[in-house]
Every structure is written in structure tokens, then in C-alpha cells.
Design a protein around this ligand. Structure first.
Ligand code: NAD
Ligand code: ZN
Ligand code: ZN
Length: 343
């Protein structure tokens, strides 16, 4: 089978031929329908994750159960499933409450998950180490559903933690209307009455936000002008929740400038920005959070929202063979919503 492989830091991904793996005891073989192309992969390709290659990329996957390893029960061949991405130890306190994204034993596990140290879903098949990491998709199309497991789950986890602050007179700022950001917009619209302000430096992404019904979509190229406009929109209370899906110094700084007292500043993007604290800056009462991915039960909740038609990943579908070009398009900001590779 063809697979898109991370080889080493600073090298482009390579498409190679691999044998179809067979599931060992307790494992499940999944036939991949779609693998989402996440911006995190660009960080992995450029800077590595401290884990040796090669491994098959793709940490945002959905498909169908193809074969069960010895002892696996409760699934059958052909079941449509999403693959839960952050693989924990499965036994610690965090994993027992389904938050494998915060596994207590992460430091001793030699992989973050499929596509992030272990072989992922940019291939015809992938091995999933346990059936607990698969969530049924019901009637959802597995190609469209693939981004739910990261592009939707990650903002869902961040937004759910902020829900008590997202009251009708509150303002929420979403920076970066790409794969994660376009899902964040829909999740906020589905879950909260707060006033939504979207920021990006790309005119196409701002147009996308407006098409999704965002009234306040602003160009953040000029930080001073953007901060002034956001402050005017948010009013005296300031922005109540800032969700930064870029994580660059400029977006972290902008978020820090516009949040009010008693707010929440959430940095999801991994572009290397630093939050500097000085007295009352971020303002007093502001919580800074750095969420990572989401829990397995939250993935079930995200899938339920999609099944109910409340959220929908906008996907651009490409054949697996075009992976190298698709990564380049993502780097240049030429993907609307999420790119999904299909084998
Ligand atoms: P993407 O490329 O699809 O979208 C990024 C968006 O940010 C684009 O619309 C782009 O125009 C915009 N942007 C870039 N620079 C900007 C700037 N300076 N100001 C405003 N907007 C800017 O990326 P994605 O797949 O949505 O991922 C977003 C970030 O989230 C990445 O850094 C990724 O690594 C990270 N991520 C983190 C987690 C986590 O659990 N913490 C999970 C998944 C992804
Ligand atoms: Zn990702
Ligand atoms: Zn654990």
C-alpha cells in the first residue's frame, strides 16, 4: 500500500510502498477513508517532535474496521469509525476519564499517537492499538468526518472549558480561520450566544468567516488597527474569551491586548508565540490556558453535533499521491477549511 511518511526533520514527506499491516492481539486494522492534513504536520516536518522517523503521517483519521486482532470484541468488519488521535496508556487517572490527551504517563510512551510517532492514516490501512480508540461514526461520511477527530475536537475541548464565560453579553475572539478555526466558528455558533469576532491575515479566510455568518471578521495584519477595532466591538468589558489558533507572537500579543479582566486567553496554535506576564497584563483575573487536543468522550460529543447537522467540516479532497503538493498548499494558505487525503 502507498503511505505518506515523515522521514527526518527538515525533509519533505515521502510516498513509499509498504506491506498492509496485520493486527496483533488487541489491535484493530482500519481501512482509511480520509486523513486530514493538519498544520501541526508542518511543524513536525520542519522541527520534528523529538521522536525518530520514519513513520506514516496522518493523525486525523476515519474509515472502516477491516480486521480485528485476537481478543477484540464489540466491533465488526465494515463499521465506520473515527480514530481518536492522542494515544495514552489507557490506565492512568486521566486516561480512565477518557482524557488520553493528558495521559499521566505520556513521558514514558514512545509515541504521541498514529501519525505522531506511530504509523498514522495517510495510507490505505492503519493499525489502531486498541478498540477503545475508535468512535462509531453512525451515518456520517468517513471522508467528511475525518477532520472531526482533530480540527473539530481540539477547538471543542477549548471552547467547552470556556463555556461558563460565554454568556450573551460576552465577546469571543477567534484568530486563524483555517482548519481548526473554521470549526471553532461553527462550534461557538452552535453552543454559545456570545458575540463572535474572527481575525485572520488572509482575505479568503475572512470571506469564509463571513460566509459562515460571522458579522465581525477583521484583518489583523495591522495589529494596532485590529486591536482598536476589536476593543470597539467588545466594549468596556473587553474580549471575554480569546482563542488563538495561530499561536504566533503577533496573535498572542493581540489576544493579550484585547482581553478584559476575568477573561480567558487560550493558545491552541503552535507557532512559537510566548505569553509574557507583567502586573495586570494580561489583566487581573485572566486565565491563560494551553489545551491539547480533546478527550474520547468529547470526540463522541463532536460526532453527535455533526450527526445532528450543527457542525460540518468543509473539506477539500485530494488523492493520497498529491500529499507533498497539498502540504505546500497548506503552507501557502491555499486550503479552505480542511484538506483530506484519500487513498
Ligand atoms: P491552518 O493552516 O489550517 O490555519 C491557520 C490559519 O491561521 C489560516 O487561516 C491562516 O491564514 C491564519 N494565520 C496565519 N498566520 C496568522 C497571523 N499572524 N494572524 C492571523 N491569522 C493567521 O492550520 P490548522 O490546521 O487550523 O492549525 C492551526 C494551529 O493549531 C497550528 O499551529 C497547529 O499546529 C495547531 N494545533 C494545535 C493543536 C493542539 O492540540 N494544541 C491541535 C491541532 C493543531
Ligand atoms: Zn493536528
Ligand atoms: Zn494514561
Amino acid at each position: 500500500m502507498k503511505a505518506v511518511r515523515y522521514i527526518a526533520t527538515g525533509r519533505p514527506p515521502e510516498i513509499v510502498d509498504l506491506p498492509i499491516p496485520s493486527p496483533g492481539p488487541g489491535e484493530v486494522l482500519v481501512r482509511i477513508a480520509g486523513a486530514g492534513v493538519c498544520h501541526s504536520d508542518l511543524h513536525v516536518l520542519d522541527h520534528g517532535i523529538g521522536l525518530p522517523g520514519p513513520f506514516t503521517l496522518g493523525h486525523e483519521n476515519a474509515g472502516w474496521v477491516a480486521a480485528l486482532g485476537a481478543g477484540v470484541e464489540g466491533l465488526k468488519e465494515g463499521d465506520a469509525v473515527a480514530v481518536y488521535g492522542p494515544w495514552g496508556c489507557g490506565r492512568c487517572h486521566s486516561c480512565q476519564r477518557s482524557a488520553e490527551n493528558y495521559c499521566d504517563n505520556h513521558a514514558s510512551i514512545p509515541s504521541y499517537g498514529g501519525g505522531l510517532g506511530s504509523d498514522g492514516g495517510m495510507a490505505e490501512y492503519m493499525i489502531v492499538p486498541s478498540p477503545r480508540l475508535l468512535v462509531p461514526l453512525g451515518k456520517l461520511d468517513p471522508i467528511e468526518a475525518a477532520p472531526l477527530s482533530d480540527a473539530a475536537l481540539t477547538p471543542y475541548h477549548a471552547i467547552k472549558a470556556a463555556l461558563p464565560l460565554l454568556t450573551p453579553e460576552a465577546s469571543v475572539l477567534v484568530l486563524g480561520i483555517g482548519g481548526l478555526g473554521h470549526m471553532a466558528v461553527q462550534l461557538l455558533q452552535a453552543l454559545t450566544p456570545a458575540r463572535l469576532i474572527a481575525g485572520d491575515i488572509d482575505a479568503g479566510k475572512l470571506a469564509h468567516a463571513r460566509e459562515m455568518g460571522v458579522q465581525h471578521a477583521i484583518d489583523t495584519h495591522d495589529s494596532d488597527a485590529a486591536a482598536e477595532r476589536i476593543a470597539a466591538m467588545a466594549g468596556p468589558r473587553g474580549v471575554t474569551v480569546a482563542l488563538d489558533f495561530v499561536g504566533a507572537q503577533s496573535t498572542v500579543d493581540l489576544s493579550q491586548r484585547v482581553v478584559g479582566r476575568g477573561s480567558r486567553l487560550t493558545v491552541v496554535g503552535l507557532a512559537g508565540g510566548v505569553v509574557h506576564y507583567a502586573a495586570n497584563n494580561p489583566p487581573y483575573g485572566c486565565e491563560v490556558s494551553v489545551p491539547y487536543w480533546g478527550s474520547r468522550t468529547e470526540l463522541m460529543e463532536v460526532i453527535a453535533l455533526a450527526e445532528a447537522g450543527r457542525i460540518r467540516a468543509e473539506v477539500e479532497v485530494f488523492p493520497l499521491e498529491q500529499a507533498v503538493d497539498v502540504y505546500q498548499r497548506l503552507r501557502e494558505g491555499r486550503i479552505r477549511g480542511r484538506a483530506v487525503l484519500t487513498p
